[in-house]
Design a protein around this ligand. Structure first.
Ligand SMILES: [Zn+2]
Length: 193
């Protein structure tokens, strides 16, 4: 089932998400719904708070980065099979010189901005079977993970922009939080008082 994506301004996006335990009710269906929701919105990652659940869970499928518009393999061709579920993830280490890339977010439609992030990350997480992993990711895979992991700490990519860029976006962000935004996928805007 495609779930509505919570828009910028929803308090759930600012909360620190909680760990979940094996046997978490409805987890299998939730994961399936999150993939379906992410694909319906043409996203490469989706974190549970974005569909209104403040739990430490995100899904990614970075395969769109593996091919260009003509279907030719890119420098990121190794991401072809980078489809994964991350449960209770925590960044253990980040390293390297920051690099910029224009990011977007399904909760912030219509805004894309260059975000600086470190190129390597070591992540501790559990897979959908609650098997523990500690794994290193780099480049675009690291970036997708850093973006989604931020969601679990209540951080959005717009929080990471230089103050001037942030100020220039204030009006647009306010519009989104008031429901004045268009997306090609179902969204839920925060009701205004
Ligand atoms: Zn996002």
């Amino acid at each position: 089932m495609v779930l509505p994506i919570r828009a910028y301004g929803d308090p759930v996006l600012k909360k620190v998400a909680q760990d979940i335990q094996p046997g978490h009710p409805g987890l299998e269906q939730l994961i399936a719904d999150m993939f379906e929701t992410m694909y319906a919105a043409n996203g490469v990652g989706l974190a549970a708070p974005q569909i209104g659940q403040s739990i430490r869970l995100f899904v990614v499928d970075a395969s769109p980065f593996a091919e260009d518009e003509d279907g030719e393999p890119t420098d990121e061709a190794h991401l072809k099979d980078f489809k994964k579920v991350f449960i209770n993830p925590y960044i253990v280490e980040e390293e390297g010189e920051e690099w910029g890339f224009e990011e977007g977010c399904l909760s912030i439609p219509g805004i894309r901005e260059e975000v600086e992030r470190q190129p390597r990350v070591v992540l501790q997480y559990m897979d959908e079977k609650f098997k523990e992993h500690e794994e290193e990711f780099d480049g675009m895979a690291a970036r997708v993970i850093q973006h989604e992991h931020d969601h679990l700490d209540g951080v959005l990519f717009t929080d990471k922009l230089p103050p001037l860029r942030k100020r220039m976006l204030q009006g647009k962000l306010r519009d989104i939080s008031r429901g004045k935004a268009e997306a090609k996928y179902p969204m839920r805007f925060t009701p205004q008082k």
